[in-house]
Design a protein around this ligand. Structure first.
Ligand code: NAD
Length: 212
């Protein structure tokens, strides 16, 4: 369906997940159609930008219908297709300390990318359940690994490379990395690093650029 794919700019691509998240919420609320102005309100992105971005999604004259707007389900499907995302990604979380607990508690995953299906920690005392999610001991990773899981969130402090190696052996292809450790992965594994300090550094650089 998407054959203008190669022409989509990085800036446009980076807005697609924001559209997707807002649209899944709308869909959940029973909204079958939406106007670009409504999506603009939900995302804070100008509706002219939204309409231009949507122009990259299809070769059709227009995705929207006059007076009705866009079909929520259709746009969600197209965005999923472009982003290669499923609604039901099974995600695991490794390390349920301060940060891991906060991530687990943040339960607005639904209708976006899937959910954390279980988590792991090396602390035997934590085994059981946390915020409604099963918490296993890391020694049982291979025994309890959820079928088809491709994404892991790392919020651990020890034995990072060893843990990453075990995850890759189980078929994990994407890692959201909160650790500040260096580790290596196979060519077919993608790592997305999240670092508050780096974010602040980037923010300060942008603020300086604004001052010039
Ligand atoms: N990226 C960021 O912006 C950011 C911000 C804060 C902390 N961090 C990093 O995130 C990690 C966690 O921070 P925290 O404050 O939650 O620490 P924490 O000590 O509170 O929690 C770490 C948890 O991971 C468990 N753990 C450690 N190694 C493990 C392993 N190999 N397997 C399974 N469980 C393991 C511990 O038992 C503990 O429960 C640290 O590496 C920290 O440096 C990153």
């Amino acid at each position: 369906m998407v054959n203008k794919h190669q022409k989509i700019s990085k800036a446009t691509m980076s807005r697609f997940p924001r559209y997707l998240k807002a649209l899944r919420n709308m869909q959940h609320e029973g909204k079958e159609h939406f106007l670009s102005s409504e999506l603009s309100e939900a995302t804070g992105i100008l509706d002219t930008t939204i309409r231009r971005d949507f122009g990259f999604l299809t070769d059709k004259e227009s995705l929207g219908k006059r007076g009705i707007g866009y079909d929520t389900k259709e746009i969600i499907n197209i965005l999923n297709n472009v982003l290669g995302l499923g609604l039901d990604e099974s995600i695991i979380l490794i390390g349920v300390g301060n940060l891991g607990s906060a991530i687990l508690k943040y339960n607005r995953w639904q209708y976006t990318v899937g959910k954390i299906v279980c988590c792991y920690d090396q602390d035997q005392n934590k085994v059981g359940e946390r915020f409604g999610v099963k918490l296993n001991h890391i020694d049982d990773l291979e025994k309890t690994f959820p079928e088809g899981c491709k994404i892991a969130i790392l919020a651990i402090s020890d034995q990072v490379q060893e843990t990453v190696d075990r995850l890759m052996a189980l078929g994990v292809k994407g890692i959201v990395d909160f650790t500040h450790s260096h580790f290596t992965v196979h060519d077919d594994v993608v790592v997305q690093t999240v670092d508050v300090v780096v974010a602040i550094q980037e923010l300060v650089l942008k603020m300086h650029a604004n001052d010039e």
